[in-house]
Ligand binder design. Structure first.
Ligand code: SAM
Ligand code: SF4
Length: 322
C-alpha cells in the first residue's frame, strides 16, 4: 500500500484494549478509564479478520499494543491466529507491554509465534517508578523482563519515555542496561498528548550527553534496526546491545512513516496525532479493502506538534497504543 505522499504502508499497530493494569501519569488520567461494554470493542475474531485484510493488502509487521495487551482475555489465541498470517506475507509479529504479566504469559506468547517484545521501563528507582506509574512495582517489570528472556525473547527492546525533571538523571543508568545484554534501550521523546501535554519536554539528544561514549551504529551493523524503525541506534565499544533514540518532536520522522493504527473499537487512524478515524468494524471483503485503501490515502504528510500545539488526537495514548 502506498499513501498519497509515496510512503509504503506496511506496519499495523493493533490496539487490543484500552484497559490497563497501570496508570502511568503521562498516559492515563488518575481515575483510569471507564470499562466499555463488550459490544463496543472488537471481538478477537473481528480483530483477526481485520488484521488479515491488512496483511492481504501488504502489511508485513503487526504490533499488538493497548492499553495493556496482556490484560485482554484471549491474547495468546489472538497471537496464534495472527502468527498464522506469516504464511500469507506477515513477517514480524511483536508486542509492546508494560511487562507486569509476562511471568504468566511470556512462554505461551513465544509458543504462539510472537517474534519480539518491547517492554516499557521508565525508571530503575522503585520509589520513582511507583510514583510515575501511580503504584506500580518495579520488581514486577524486572521479573517480566527475566521471564521474557527465559522464554527466548533475547533481543528485547526496553522503552523509556524521556521525562524532564522525572527520569532525566537516569538516562545513563537506563542506557547501561544495553552494555552487557543484547538489548536495545530506546528513549522516546514524550509527545504532547493527553496528560503528557503538561509535562516538560526533554530532547533525545540529552541521552548522548549523558552517555558520550555512544556512537551511531550504521543500519547494516545493527541487526535490531529494521526498515520500519523510526529509531536511530547507537552503541559503544564492548557493548552487546544498542541505545535507540526516537525523536518525533526534535527530529520529526513523518516522511518515513510506514504505520497506521487500528483501535480496539475497530477504527483506523492513519496518523497518531490526527483526529481523523475511519470505521472498519463490520466491513468485509471488497468494502473492507476499499475502506482501508481510501483511509490510507488520507494519511497526513506530517504532524504539526509542538508544545504550543498539542496533538489533535481526540483519544488518549492508552486508546491508541503509542
Ligand atoms: N501498556 C503498554 C506499555 O506501556 O508498553 C502498551 C501501550 S503504551 C500506550 C505504548 C507506549 O507508548 C509505551 O512505551 C509508552 O511509554 C508510550 N507512551 C505513552 N504515552 C506517551 C507519550 N505521551 N509520549 C511518548 N510515548 C508515550
Ligand atoms: Fe498502561 Fe502503557 Fe499507558 Fe502505562 S503507558 S498507563 S502501562 S497503557
Amino acid at each position: 500500500m502506498t499513501d498519497a505522499y509515496g510512503r509504503t504502508i506496511d506496519y499495523l499497530r493493533l490496539s487490543v484494549t484500552d484497559l490497563c493494569n497501570r496508570r502511568c501519569s503521562y498516559c492515563m488520567p488518575p481515575e483510569g478509564v471507564c470499562k466499555r461494554d463488550h459490544s463496543e470493542i472488537c471481538s478477537l475474531e473481528e480483530l483477526a479478520e481485520l488484521a488479515a485484510a491488512f496483511v492481504e493488502l501488504g502489511v508485513k509487521k503487526i504490533r499488538l499494543t493497548g492499553g495493556e495487551p496482556l490484560v485482554r482475555r484471549g491474547i495468546v489465541s489472538l497471537t496464534e491466529r495472527l502468527a498464522a498470517l506469516k504464511s500469507v506475507g506477515l513477517e514480524d509479529l511483536c508486542m509492546t507491554t508494560n511487562g507486569i504479566l509476562l511471568p504468566e504469559f511470556a512462554a505461551s506468547l513465544r509458543e504462539a509465534g510472537l517474534d519480539r517484545l518491547n517492554i516499557s521501563l521508565d525508571s530503575l528507582r522503585p520509589d520513582r517508578f511507583r510514583t510515575l506509574t501511580r503504584g506500580g512495582e518495579l520488581n514486577r517489570v524486572l521479573d517480566g523482563i527475566a521471564a521474557a528472556e527465559a522464554a527466548g525473547f533475547h533481543d528485547l527492546h526496553l522503552n523509556a519515555v524521556l521525562l524532564a525533571g522525572i527520569n532525566e538523571d537516569e538516562l545513563r543508568d537506563l542506557a547501561l542496561l544495553a552494555k552487557d545484554r543484547p538489548w536495545s534501550v530506546r528513549f522516546i521523546e514524550r509527545m504532547p498528548l493527553g496528560p503528557a501535554a503538561t509535562l516538560s519536554f526533554l530532547p533525545a539528544s540529552r541521552v548522548l550527553e549523558a552517555v558520550p561514549e555512544l556512537k551511531r551504529v550504521q543500519n547494516a551493523k545493527c541487526k535490531m534496526q529494521d526498515e520500519n524503525s523510526v529509531a536511530k541506534y547507537y552503541s559503544a565499544p564492548g557493548w552487546r546491545g544498542t541505545v535507540g533514540l526516537i525523536a518525533p518532536m526534535s527530529a520529526c520522522f513523518c516522511e518515513r512513516c510506514s504505520r497506521v493504527r487500528l483501535t480496539a473499537d475497530g477504527k483506523l487512524k492513519p496518523c497518531l496525532h490526527s483526529s481523523e478515524e475511519y470505521l472498519l468494524r463490520g466491513l468485509r471483503g471488497d468494502a473492507l479493502r476499499e475502506a482501508i485503501l481510501s483511509a490510507i490515502q488520507k494519511k497526513p504528510a506530517r504532524h504539526n506538534l509542538s508544545d504550543a500545539r498539542p496533538s489533535e488526537s481526540a483519544r488518549s495514548m492508552n486508546e491508541i497504543g503509542g
